[in-house]
Ligand binder design. Structure first.
Ligand code: PLP
Length: 422
């Protein structure tokens, strides 16, 4: 442990690590570990989609012309294909265009302007409202809240999902209308919610009768190991607990097929789906059904989808392995950082010693290595402990991920030594 070293041992280690850092910087690399998006090779896996559905192939199973207007809910065959993944019946699925984030955004804007089933009035007429935000979390969720003046209340993650005692206490405030959840392979901590967490979220007593779980299952099929995590079905759990309208489930094929041209999904209770269609049909005459058809033709069925995800895993797992190996090789038993080996998702979350995260980012930058800004995983971009770092190894080549990870481990170790010396 760095903290237990004698003054002279600390100085000796500091000199060695500083030399490693200087050597790393002297390599003049240009590395970027900020981009949580698929690598070109992953997009290539779906290249075949670009030729689909192909000339004259535009009729749906119901014999509708996918080139034309209409079909706000999405094609029946697409809803049937993704319904098991979403944990609902096909009738409870909406297929959107390419971004689930856009659907989350619309859900919040519609809730603000119109309210949701069970609302006494639109959320914007309620005075200040608040959302619970498990931390570390996804910056774009927080950005939506910030954009619309929704107060964000951080709740710590525990390894099994959010701290439920805190959540249960906070939802006693009627101003708390919602909560962001990335229940499987969370962004960025990679943890998955335990059954008990899901049950408690489903059954907890909320003061707001129209409280919603924004259940962003972005990484539902994004396994990195043979341990294919399954989490409890939140729609069923909420229905069983007498709160059928509580969950708004979101997912997308952004990191299954094409990040910029996938399909997004909303799944929920019958009442919520009806509410969604009523709003969505004012916004559009219908989604891009050719893209929906393209997905069905390419993936074929649920088994095809899962087989496709295995190909992603083969490309991604070595990159994650490279990150955690580099961290372990240099930082095991140093007390300088804590991380978990992700079993899925797109990120490695590292907690460094308090107050050191921005220093790590700065050291990395000076050595040609771009890291996500410290604080990005917290509401308002402010991590009160300045300790969380989000690493995104999917996009760079494996060679670059290896080099970057070694560099990151050096920067973390150096920052820890510096804070000990301060
Ligand atoms: N939700 C989470 C948790 C994410 O990490 C991301 C992308 O990184 C998204 C949503 C974006 O999804 P989409 O491409 O469907 O908008």
């Amino acid at each position: 442990m760095i903290a237990d070293l004698s003054q002279s041992d600390l100085e000796a280690l500091g000199a060695r690590v500083r030399a490693d850092y200087d050597a790393f910087r002297a390599r003049g690399l240009k590395l970027d570990m900020t981009r949580g998006k698929p690598a070109p090779e992953q997009l290539d896996l779906a290249e075949g989609m670009l030729a689909l559905p192909g000339n004259r192939d535009h009729l749906t199973e119901a014999n509708e012309d996918a080139r034309n207007y209409g079909g706000v809910q999405g094609l029946a065959e697409v809803r049937a294909m993704f319904a098991p993944t979403l944990g609902v019946a096909p009738a409870q699925v909406i297929v959107g265009d390419n971004a689930s984030l856009a659907m989350m955004h619309d859900a919040i804007v519609w809730a603000l302007l119109k309210g949701v089933p069970g609302s006494a009035k639109p959320w914007s007429k309620e005075g200040e409202i608040a959302f619970l935000c498990p931390v570390p979390g996804y910056d774009r969720h927080f950005a939506i809240c910030e954009e619309y003046g929704i107060r964000m209340i951080p709740v710590p993650m525990t390894g099994d999902g959010p701290d439920m005692a805190k959540v249960e206490e906070l939802v006693r405030d009627p101003a708390v209308k919602g909560m962001w959840c990335v229940p499987k392979y969370s962004n960025p901590s990679a943890e998955s919610y335990s059954d008990e967490t899901v049950r408690r979220l489903a059954s907890m007593k909320t003061a707001a009768p129209d409280f919603r779980l924004f259940w962003d299952n972005a990484y539902v099929l994004h396994h990195l190991t043979d341990d294919r995590r399954e989490i409890l079905n939140v729609v069923e759990a909420c229905a069983e607990a007498g709160n059928p309208d509580r969950p708004f489930v979101f997912a997308s094929t952004s990191k299954m097929t094409l990040a910029g041209a996938g399909l997004a999904f909303f799944a929920s209770s019958e009442a919520n789906v009806k509410w969604w269609i009523a709003r969505a049909s004012k916004r559009t005459i219908g989604p891009d059904k050719l893209n929906q058809l393209r997905h069905v033709r390419f993936l074929k069925d649920e088994a095809g989808l899962i087989a496709h995800m295995d190909k992603h895993r083969a490309l991604l797992a070595p990159k994650f392995e490279a990150v955690t190996k580099a961290l372990s090789d240099r930082l095991a038993n140093q007390g300088a950082a804590r991380w978990i080996k992700p079993a899925g998702g797109y990120f490695v979350s590292v907690d460094v010693t308090e107050g050191a995260a921005s220093r790590v980012v700065q050291l990395a930058k000076e050595a040609g290595l771009l890291l996500t800004a410290a604080g990005a995983t917290w509401p308002y971009g402010k991590d009160p402990n300045d300790s969380n770092l989000r690493l995104a190894p999917s996009y760079p080549s494996l060679k670059d991920v290896k080099a970057a990870s070694e560099g990151i481990a050096i920067c973390i170790q150096l920052a820890a030594i510096e804070s000990e010396q301060a």
